[in-house]
Design a protein around this ligand. Structure first.
Ligand SMILES: COc1cc(/C=C/C(=O)SCCNC(=O)CCNC(=O)[C@H](O)C(C)(C)COP(=O)(O)OP(=O)(O)OC[C@H]2O[C@@H](n3cnc4c(N)ncnc43)[C@H](O)[C@@H]2OP(=O)(O)O)ccc1O
Ligand SMILES: O=C(O)CCC(=O)C(=O)O
Ligand SMILES: [Fe+2]
Length: 361
């Protein structure tokens, strides 16, 4: 049965927070009450709202790259070029079976359709593992305005740990999705690395670029006043690389490095959206760019997305690679323990590209 909140409760911010954040109903539960107006704590400051007028004025588009192209050097060139100029691109014919993508999307719906008592077993307070977390918004305690999104975040430690702690309804599908994507991820990292004079993706480099993996299942329910809020606010990812599977609804926007315009990332069936994260920006000494992006709330449709955050190991020290600075190029970032960087990211609300300043010299 759909959850209920009285009109009086809906206009009381403390009651809304209790229902959404503390009781684990999420914004999905809130949306399902059939509320007509957006509760005050979701109203974003004017400058953070994505006004369609500005978005639609541009005909810019992020590159779509066909990875089945037999001319590998052309593919590598297109990927490195996109990583430098856009920080974002889509890939098609990437080799990950479409069935795996369909399965993880279905599993995402299955998880979020569980009753609140089941999902709440995975909130920070209740989860039996710190590597599994069901939550809402991004950092509710630090945010002045909340974001219209629920998520399940799964940090991979081992198959055995996942077997024990990840939710049954999505575990196998999330693992298969992560495992089947690794060949493509290695290929992308090989191309990006070669362009930085990294000869091969040996064990050390693999651990640095892809030493830890987190899969998030994101759910953006229908929103009563989508123009007043956001699904996800402006941010760059702290990963090395993010592999994102989105459904057919759309709403992801990327800030163009050349024009500053917000550019929509149209859903392309069977594709992945790939973006450079802060760790890669730091390792490449700014050659590759992690780029601001954000997600619109939607007044008509529920939306899901499934990012794989490919990261350094938490204990890795990241800084500009020696291969990049060997030619005398000045490092613009200091060496930093990756988990310190990620903790700093999680401690604050989304704030565009500001996290990376933490690592600047
Ligand atoms: C865009 O909207 C998002 C994004 C995300 C997630 C994005 C990513 O995960 S990007 C990849 C991040 N990299 C890694 O996870 C690999 C490296 N991991 C680590 O170094 C550590 O696991 C750690 C992340 C630093 C956490 O270590 P630890 O200090 O042992 O753990 P906690 O005390 O539990 O966390 C500290 C603090 O961080 C927040 N937090 C932790 N995990 C998450 C999570 N998965 N999602 C959201 N927030 C998280 C949390 O606020 C903790 O503070 P508390 O005050 O709650 O104690 C996720 C969600 C989005 O909306
Ligand atoms: O849902 C999306 O399209 C993007 C989500 C995102 O940016 C993230 O989870 O970091
Ligand atoms: Fe992101």
């Amino acid at each position: 049965m759909a959850p209920t909140l009285s009109t009086a409760q809906l206009s009381n911010p403390a009651e809304v927070t209790e229902f959404v954040v503390n009781k684990g109903n999420g914004v999905k539960g809130l949306s399902e009450t059939g509320l007509r107006a957006l509760p005050d704590q979701y109203i974003q400051p004017f400058e953070e709202r994505l006004i369609n007028k500005f978005v639609n004025e541009t005909d810019e588009a992020i590159p779509v790259i066909d990875m089945s192209n037999p001319d590998e050097s052309k593919v590598a060139e297109a990927i490195c070029n996109a990583a430098e100029k856009w920080g974002f691109f889509q890939v098609i014919n990437h080799g990950v079976p479409l069935e795996v993508l369909d399965n993880v999307k279905a599993a995402t719906h299955r998880f979020f359709n569980l009753p609140v008592e089941e999902k709440s077993k995975f909130t920070k307070e209740n989860s039996l593992s710190t590597n599994v977390r069901f939550g809402t918004s991004f950092s509710p305690r630090a945010e002045k305005a909340l974001e219209w999104k629920d998520y399940l975040s799964l940090f991979f430690v081992s198959e055995a740990e996942a077997e024990q702690y990840w939710p049954d309804v999505c575990r196998n599908e999330a693992l298969e999705y992560m495992n089947k994507s690794k060949t493509m991820v290695r290929k992308l990292l090989e191309y990006l690395g070669k362009n930085l004079n990294v000869k091969e993706l040996d064990e050390t480099k693999e651990s640095l670029f892809m030493g830890s993996i987190r899969v998030n299942l994101n759910y953006y329910p229908v929103c009563p006043n989508p123009d007043l809020t956001v699904g996800v606010g402006r941010h760059s990812d702290v990963s090395s690389l993010t592999i994102l599977l989105q459904d057919q609804i759309g709403g992801l926007h990327v800030r163009s490095l050349s024009s500053g315009n917000w550019v929509h990332v149209p859903p392309v069936p069977g594709s992945f959206v790939i973006n450079i994260g802060d760790a890669m920006q730091i390792l490449s000494n700014g050659r590759y760019k992690s780029v601001e992006h954000r997600v619109l709330a939607n007044g008509n449709n529920n939306r899901i997305s499934v990012p794989i955050f490919v990261n350094p190991k938490p204990e890795s020290v990241i800084g500009p690679l020696p291969e990049v600075t060997a030619n005398g190029e000045e490092p613009i970032y200091r060496d930093i323990v990756y988990s310190d960087y990620v903790r700093y990211f999680f401690k604050k609300a989304h704030d565009g590209k500001k996290t990376v300043d933490f690592a600047k010299i």
